[in-house]
Design a protein around this ligand. Structure first.
Ligand SMILES: [Zn+2]
Length: 143
């Protein structure tokens, strides 16, 4: 069984979270016509996955969402993987933040995503991932 998330900048994961990690959130997001929709938590609420701290699942979030905004209604009217999506992850050993992106996202969307996760000055890696392909990027897409 995995440890319940416990983050400690020293790398000792048995210690309770003491608030010394970067003040950022991790989680999942989509760009719905340039509006960010998603789910983000601070590191002390994140889930440990090996060395990574992350949060949430794309399909589960989409499935459980009760839309209240225009963007959420558009989001919910298609399959969960229709719009461009990605994930923010924190790697404990290297103390590095990585934003997974869909390759069709432009700088405006990336900046909106960084705001969504309250990213400020920590260095960040931006990576594409074959999992994160929207309907426009995946020629095999079937809705
Ligand atoms: Zn795309």
């Amino acid at each position: 069984m995995q440890n319940k998330l416990i983050f400690d900048a020293s790398g000792n994961h048995e210690m309770p979270f003491d608030g010394t990690g970067p003040h950022i959130k991790v989680g999942i997001y989509w760009s719905i016509d340039d509006v960010i929709v998603g789910n983000a938590v601070y590191l002390h609420e994140a889930e440990a996955y090996g060395d990574a701290l992350q949060y949430g699942g794309h399909h589960g979030f989409w499935e459980n969402l009760k839309p209240t905004t225009e963007a959420e209604r558009k989001f919910k009217s298609h399959a969960y993987d229709y719009y461009p999506r990605g994930r923010m992850v924190f790697f404990r050993k290297r103390q590095t933040v990585r934003l997974y992106v869909d390759r069709c996202m432009d700088n405006d969307i990336l900046n909106a995503a960084l705001d969504f996760f309250e990213h400020q000055e920590t260095q960040i890696e931006i990576e594409t991932d074959d999992h994160y392909r929207c309907v426009g990027c995946n020629r095999h897409y079937l809705e």
